[in-house]
Ligand binder design. Sequence first.
Ligand code: NDP
Ligand code: 2IT
Length: 450
Amino acid sequence: MSNYINEVLEKVSKTNAGEPEFNQAVKEVLSTLEPVVNAHEETYRKEALLERLCEPERIIVFRVPWVDDNGQVQVNRGFRVQFNGVIGPYKGGLRFHPSVNQSIMKFLAFEQCFKNSLTGLPMGGAKGGSDFDPKGKSDNEIMRFCQSFMTELYRHIGHNLDVPAGDIGVGAREVGYMFGQYRRIRNQYEAGVLTGKGLSYGGSLARPEATGFGLIYFMREMLKENNSSLDGKTVIISGSGNVATYAAVKATEYGAKVVAMSDSNGCIYDKNGIDIKAIKQIKEVERKRIKEYKNIHPEAEYFENNGEYQAIWNIKADIALPCATQNDITLEAAKKLVENGVFAIGEGANMPTTNEAIAYLLENKILLAPAKAANAGGVATSGLEMCQNSMRLSWTFEEVNSKLDAIMTNIFKSCKEAAAQYGLGNNYVAGANLAGFIKIEQAMRAQGII
Ligand code: NDP
Ligand code: 2IT
C-alpha cells in the first residue's frame, strides 16, 4: 500500500483509539483507493486530503432523559455525526440499539458519505442514534423517548442542513413521533427535515421497500454482468427487519427461493421457501422472536445461535444476503459460505463483512456486492422523498420504484466502470469505493481547505 495511505491509517488509529468499527471502515476504504491516491499523492499530502476525509466535520453528543411507565427516569446517550457535507446537506439514518456508541456512529457516517455520493443525488454523509433499546418498551415509552431525543436533536437538523431517517430500531413509528415533536418545537411544517415519514404526512411511496428492493436490483445487474440471474437460486438472508423482508419479497419475485432468515437469537430454515407474510406479522406487528415462525409452519426448523458465527451461515444456498448488522460474516463464516457453494453475496446491512472475510471471499472469486453501493437504494429513495417534499407533490409507487431501479442500475455501472478503469476486474468492493471517493474528492478540492 502507498506510504501516504499507511501514514494516514496510522494517524487515524492513534487519534481514534478504542474505536474498532471506525478504524475498520477507514481501512477498508483507504486500502482500495491506492490507484487514485498514487496518481495525486503530492497534492493530496499537501492538502491533507485523506486526513480531512477521515475527520468528521462535527460530532454532537447529548443526554436523552425520559420517564418509563413505572415513573422511573431513564437516561440514554444521543449522537449525530455530521461527517462530510461537501456534496449536499448531511443525510443518514438514526439507529436505536443498545450497542450504539461513538465508534459505530462514526463508521456508519463515514460509509454514508461514499454511499450517498454513489447515488448521484446531492447528499452529504451523516448518522445518528442512541444506545436506547426499543425491545420490550411500550408504545408510550417509545414516544416519550423519541420526543426527548428530538428536543435536543432539532437544533442541529433542517431540510437544508441535515436530514435524518430510520435505521436499526427506527421505523415509521419512531420517525412519526420525532417528526411530530420537531414540528411542535419549530412551529413550522418543514416536511423535508426527516425521511421515512408516513404517507399521510409527506412520506414517499416505495421508501419502506427501497433498501431491500434496491439490493435486489443491484444483485440483478451484478449477476447479469456475470452471466447469471436470481431465477431458480436459493437464498439465505440474515435479519428479519425492514431491509431483510423487502429483499426477500423482491428476490422471490425474481424467481429465487428464500430458504432461511434470522434475528439476533437464531434462524429459521424452511425448505419450501420462507412465508414472508408470517415473518412480517411476527417481527413487525407482534415484535416477537423469529422462532415463533415454527408455530405457523411446524415443518420449518429453528437453529439457535451458539457457535462462533450466526447459525444462518451454516445453511446451504447459492446466494447470501447479510441484512442484519455489522461484522455478521466473519472469516469463519465466509469459509463456511464458500464451502457450501455460495457464489454471490449482497450486503444489505452496513459493513456486514469483516475485512479478513472480504479478502477471503474475493480471493475465492465470490461475487461481492458491497454495502455502500448495494444498500444505497434506501437513502436514494429518501433523496426522492426530499424532492417530492420540496415540490409539494407526491409520485406514484411506479414512478418512485422505476427511479430507484434506474439509480441502482446506474450505481452498478459506476462500480463496474471504476473497477475496470483501474484493472480490478469484477472487484466491485474497490469499484464502489473509488467511484464514491472521486466525486467527494473533486468537491472537497473545489471548495478549498474546509
Ligand atoms: P431493523 O431494525 O428493521 O432490523 C434489524 C434486523 O437485524 C432484526 O431482524 C434484528 O434482529 C437483526 N439483528 C441481528 N443481530 C443484530 C444485532 N447484533 N444488532 C442489531 N440487529 C440485529 O433494521 P433495518 O432492516 O433497517 O437495518 C438492517 C441493516 O441494514 C442495518 O445494518 C442497517 O444499517 C442497514 N441499512 C438500513 C437501511 C434502511 O433504509 N433501513 C438502509 C441501508 C442500510 P432482532 O429482532 O433480534 O433485533
Ligand atoms: O444506512 C442507510 O443508508 C440508512 N439507514 C438510510 C438512510 C436514509 O437517510 O434514508
